[in-house]
Design a protein around this ligand. Structure first.
Ligand code: MTE
Ligand code: MO
Length: 196
């Protein structure tokens, strides 16, 4: 296991907080850009609970389901055919590393929401992943304009350890909301805690 219980407990207390709302450690000189107590990393570390799942693109799919008018199951060809966009953002993990200035390319969460027509009762989402990881988010956070389902990072396809072929990226929240190896988005009326 690569998450200690202490980290998971810490992560729970951080749940749904924005990095700038956390005031637990002294500032280390990056100003407001980096949450207090973070260490800026030049590389983009890997942080995964469990092994990297093996994914075959020809069998890959993404299911959008729950409180939507139009449930969708997209294979890679269909996913590729959606409008693509680029988002620039910093990335912060609760285990105290930050990686600045990442460029993500993929499909905006908002564009996906338009496709499925989310019902009014929906208030939360759960992101589902190959390998069994899940994580929850309030819908209003998922609907932020820079939330993206990313296939490429800094001009290259994601490395398998970083979520290839598709990961969620939620710039306003700590990294554990940025689900790797994404294979489902579920829209829900009530909140339901994810894996951690
Ligand atoms: N499926 C899955 N997604 C995941 C994780 C995981 O263990 N499994 N770890 C999360 C955590 S805590 C962080 S900080 C980021 C790290 O992404 P990286 O490994 O690409 O740096 O992925 C998040 N997404
Ligand atoms: Mo993390």
């Amino acid at each position: 296991m690569s998450f200690s219980n202490a980290i998971r407990r810490y992560a729970r207390t951080m749940m749904n907080k924005r990095p700038d709302q956390v005031k637990s450690a002294p500032d280390q000189g990056h100003g407001d850009r980096v949450p207090p107590g973070q260490f800026v990393s030049k590389k983009f570390p890997v942080l995964t609970y469990g092994p990297t799942p093996k994914i075959d693109l020809s069998a890959w799919n993404l299911r959008i389901f729950g409180l939507v008018e139009q449930e969708l199951e997209l294979d890679w060809e269909r996913f590729k055919g959606l409008p693509w966009n680029t988002v620039g953002a910093d990335f912060h993990c609760v285990t105290q590393w930050s990686a600045l200035d990442n460029t993500w390319e993929g499909v905006l969460f908002n564009d996906l929401m338009r496709l499925v027509q989310v019902k009014r009762e929906a208030r939360y989402i759960t992101a589902h992943c190959y390998g069994g990881y899940t994580t929850n988010l309030p819908l209003e956070v998922a609907a932020e304009e820079n939330v993206i389902l990313a296939h490429r990072q800094d001009g290259l396809e994601l490395h398998p350890d970083h979520g290839w072929p598709l990961r969620l990226v939620v710039p306003s929240r700590y990294g554990w909301k940025s689900a790797k190896w994404l294979n489902g988005i579920e829209f829900m009326a009530e909140d339901r805690p994810g894996f951690c």
